[in-house]
Write a protein that binds this ligand. Structure first.
Ligand SMILES: [Zn+2]
Length: 447
């Protein structure tokens, strides 16, 4: 990167083959990517790769003749504010000849524009990303930087706070069905209270399509929540096979536990929402029962019960706020909940002393739902239990991690428990299935 960095207007202009004045005009009028470090005396900087990308982009737009310009440097210098000259005709060339040159040039120009836009379209497909301090940087499949976006706070997106599961930080998904992916980006600033944090949707070329932020005021009987939220997880997909793509976002209030699940359309407009008393770290859209319509599975912590929970929702019908037995955790002023089902995973010997347990991972595979429950809410290295559930949410299999066995042995050695782990004990670990909101209970489940 360092070798392709240009550190002054002179270098930038020389790289572009134009005058300093023109380069400055292009920055002002045409979005030439020039960086200005904050503070007095900061030198302008530019990156050759970005200038190339800008030039390619500019040449694909007929009104921005950056590449095709046969530029008269003197003209641009003497006419401040003038647009860069395009094929400036010399006064000495007869007018008829000029017309001929113009006509002859048109197919060539169109050809070049088509070629450049084709090559650019091919190469401008986002395939990878990286964080560089405050910047979210997007690359194509060859590792060429396509664009980047700077944020006010430093980005720290690789894992959730306290070892909690991280959101899918960036996803390249075709939301509008035009064959080119959009870029969904969960901005996770180091500053937990950064009010600008959001879910961003950019085009493949880095133009902002929309951003989503939950800004809801909520209360319980004795608590008022400030309207500051952090995105916990994002899931993308159609609800109905072949239907429009939806973006489903879980956001938690900072620093408490009220969590919203929002269904957004491809333009970022809120279609439905459901509120839950506790963090939901995992979101999966999946058609486990194979009826052509995806269910939404959301896993995390129920704060009222201090227990791992899995909520099954119909993303086209869900609404309201979860009903909690403990009034201190009941979100008020919301509609009655519409849920398909809620599951609560039991405490085990390894979690009796823990403040919470949490669903850490969810997968919908071959018509089954697999949930991994962390017996310690904040990892790393938590003992865990794996539950395999049928589409009707009956427990098909229960397995424990090696770490679970180790912790169980340690507790036994420390005389915190007085028995060895057996297969029967593992098989006896079963979630409770509850359904709410007037919805029919899935067939075969016990209340
Ligand atoms: Zn035990």
């Amino acid at each position: 990167m360092a070798s392709s960095e240009l550190c002054s207007w002179k270098e930038i202009a020389s790289y572009l083959g134009v005058s300093v004045k023109t380069a400055q005009l292009w920055e002002r009028d045409r979005g030439l990517p020039v960086h200005r470090p904050a503070g007095p005396g900061g030198q302008v900087r530019a990156f050759a790769a970005e200038l190339d990308a800008w030039r390619t982009r500019a040449s694909a737009r007929p009104e921005t003749p950056a590449v095709l310009a046969v530029e008269s440097t003197a003209a641009a210098e003497t006419e401040p504010g003038a647009e860069p000259a395009v094929l400036t005709p010399s006064a000495r060339v007869p007018r008829s000849l000029m017309r001929f040159v113009w006509l002859a040039a048109i197919p060539l120009v169109i050809g070049v524009i088509l070629l450049v836009s084709f090559v650019h379209r091919r190469s401008a497909i986002p395939a990878d990303y990286r964080f560089e301090s405050h910047a979210f940087v997007v690359f194509d499949a060859r590792g060429q930087e396509l664009w980047h976006r700077e944020f006010r706070s430093r980005l720290e997106p690789q894992q959730g706070p306290g070892g909690t599961p991280a959101a899918r930080t960036a996803q390249f998904r075709d939301l509008d069905g035009d064959g080119v992916p959009e870029v969904l980006f969960v901005q996770q600033p180091v500053d937990a209270f950064d009010p600008d944090r959001a879910l961003w949707c950019f085009t493949a070329r880095g133009e902002l399509r929309w951003r989503f932020q939950t800004r809801r005021r909520l209360r319980t009987q004795d608590k008022e929540f400030t309207p500051l939220f952090r995105v916990l997880q994002v899931a993308v997909g159609p609800i109905v096979r072949g239907g429009p793509t939806k973006v489903i976002v879980a956001s938690i209030q900072v620093p408490w536990w009220a969590t919203q699940i929002a269904v957004l359309d491809q333009n970022g407009h809120l279609e439905r929402e459901y509120w839950h008393s506790g963090a939901l770290y995992t979101l999966e859209l999946g058609d486990a029962n194979n009826d052509g319509k995806a269910e939404l599975y959301a896993g995390g912590i129920n704060n009222a019960r201090k227990q791992a929970t899995l909520i099954v929702l119909d993303p086209e019908r869900m609404q309201g706020a979860s009903k909690e037995g403990d009034a201190a955790f009941q979100l008020l002023d919301q509609l009655p909940p519409v849920e398909t089902a809620r599951l609560f995973f039991p405490r085990t010997c390894t979690s009796t002393e823990q403040p919470y347990t949490a669903v850490r991972q969810l997968a919908v595979v071959d018509g089954h739902i697999i949930a991994e429950v962390w017996e310690h809410p904040y990892g790393p290295n938590a003992p865990s239990v794996f539950y395999t559930l049928s589409p009707s949410l009956q427990t098909v299999d229960v397995a424990v991690s090696d770490r679970f066995r180790v912790v169980h042995e340690q507790l036994q050695a420390a005389k915190a428990i007085t028995h060895a782990l057996t297969k029967a004990e593992i098989n006896g670990i079963r979630p409770t299935v509850v359904s709410h909101g007037g919805e029919a209970r899935p067939p075969g489940t016990k209340p």
